[in-house]
Design a protein around this ligand. Structure first.
Ligand code: AMP
Length: 463
């Protein structure tokens, strides 16, 4: 998870990057950071703080980030990886100058590379995989900065979108599989913006130009795209992550050629065809399932109602992870609308089922609020495999669908019926131009080598 932003060739680089981070908040809530570079003085600056963007980065911080180039990062919390030392941008000085780096994705051979670098005497400041890239750049004997970056990236495996500044030059790269998104836009006040999602371009009033292509390295100076290089390890079939469309990205973002809202509606329509049920109302688990629920309602003809309200002010809770605690957490987040639910056969649409804990608690809540029947429909297939490419998906043991049948899950959730979208239904719905996707969390089909995971399937400290 995580979100990244860069601005080049604009005197308000840090301010704009802040805006970009603000609309990427859904990609991570643990920490936010911005690094800027002043071409005129050659000085670099950095702020990294814990918390939501709006709490973490204040006007006074922006004032301390002058410059016409900036990179910024929003961090998603992971098991072992909390703490500011793991926040980005990473910033170091090497023979090419000051390098600042932000990364979205997860490297699948970072542990191996880190061990090798340790053996060679490298000193690490963090435990994140992204720092490995900076070391590899600095240690490369290649003759130019650009070639050092290519050399470094040719050694890493897995998922990465990186934005790197070396002095006032900005480099952007996307792994050959293209797991995570990275787009380029033109700013109305001059210069270019690069970011994970188009919703961040929109808030900056930037005009979308194009995606950074899978396996592409782009160099930008003073807001001009100067040259483009292909990274080694060409992949014939890119594997953009389908889960970005299912759950992760914001509905107004345009991703993999689809507005996320449109893709989710298509999942919902297909779900209605594959998993019909007699019901009085369709409701969504807000907000991530709203579009899919609209699609389900459209195709089934069952009216869409607002049966659950989401509290947007919940923030982080510190409740112990007991079952009672989890139920309580769900109650803090969602409230049922009794009048809508009372006596109704309710078709509940959720985007995905991971551990099953949210749904189980929600179903109780809906029944207590008077729902006569509860039919759960999921706008994605059973999640059976962990993600190694940057989505926080737990271990196989924690994934409810890894060892339970649909009927066993139905019983566990206490629903009257349960239906998932099929893997083909999901990919067909977003294959208007023959696109291929990473569906590893549903199918176990991992393409980029899982070097660190081996057979043990242990997640590394990822972003
Ligand atoms: P659960 O089944 O209780 O683990 O949670 C599933 C819900 O969490 C779904 O409704 C999704 O909206 C949301 N979700 C899906 N994937 C993730 C993820 N990787 N991290 C956090 N929430 C997720």
């Amino acid at each position: 998870m995580c979100g990244i932003v860069a601005v080049s060739g604009n005197p308000e680089a840090a301010q704009l990057a802040f805006l970009g981070l603000y609309s990427l908040q859904h990609r991570g809530q643990e920490a936010a950071g911005i690094a800027s570079f002043e071409s005129a003085t050659g000085e670099s600056h950095r702020v990294r703080k814990a918390g939501l963007v709006v709490d973490a980065i204040k006007e006074t911080d922006i004032a301390e980030l002058p410059g016409d180039v900036a990179v910024a990062h929003i961090r998603y919390s992971t098991a072992g990886g909390a703490g500011l030392k793991n926040a980005q941008p990473i910033r170091e000085r090497f023979r090419g100058g000051v390098v600042s780096l932000v990364h979205n994705g997860n490297l699948t051979n970072a542990n191996l590379l880190r061990d090798r670098l340790f053996d060679e005497g490298a000193l690490f400041q963090s435990t994140i995989d992204s720092e490995v890239i900076v070391h590899l750049i600095a240690r490369s004997r290649a003759p130019s900065t650009e070639e050092q970056i290519v050399d470094a990236l040719s050694q890493v495996e897995g998922a990465y979108c990186v934005l790197i500044t070396v002095g006032d030059t900005l480099y952007a790269a996307r792994d050959p599989y293209g797991y995570r998104p990275l787009v380029i836009g033109a700013l109305p006040s001059g210069g270019l913006a690069l970011t994970s999602e188009t919703c961040a371009l929109d808030i900056m009033h930037a005009r979308y130009i194009r995606d950074v292509e899978p396996g592409e390295l782009v160099r930008i100076r003073h807001g001009e795209i100067e040259s483009v290089t292909r990274l080694p390890k060409f992949v014939a079939e890119p594997q953009p992550c389908v889960f970005e469309l299912v759950y992760f990205a914001r509905p107004d973002t345009r991703l993999w050629g689809y507005t996320v809202d449109r893709a989710r509606r298509a999942f919902g329509r297909r779900l209605a065809e594959e998993q019909p049920v007699d019901g009085d109302i369709v409701i969504s688990v807000p907000d991530s399932a709203n579009s899919a629920a609209v699609g389900y309602s459209e195709r089934s003809g069952i009216p869409f109602e607002l049966g659950l309200i989401r509290n947007h002010y919940v923030g982080r809770t510190f409740i112990t992870p007991t079952q009672a605690g989890r139920d309580f957490k769900v109650r803090m987040k969602f409230s049922p609308v009794r009048e809508v639910l009372q006596g109704k056969r309710v078709v509940v649409i959720d985007d995905s089922l991971v551990r099953g804990t949210t749904s189980r608690a929600l179903v109780n809540m809906l029944r207590e609020a008077g729902a006569k029947e509860v039919h759960l429909r999921l706008a994605s297939p059973p999640v059976r495999w962990p993600c190694f490419y940057g989505i926080d998906m737990p271990t196989r043991e924690e994934l409810i669908a890894s060892d339970k049948s649909v009927e066993e899950i139905r019983e566990y959730l206490h629903v009257d019926s349960l239906g998932y979208l099929s893997p083909e239904g999901m990919t067909d719905a977003v294959r208007e131009n023959g696109e291929t996707y990473c569906t590893a969390c549903f199918t176990g089909d991992y393409r980029a080598p899982l070097v660190d995971a081996g057979a043990g399937f242990e997640m590394s400290s990822h972003c």
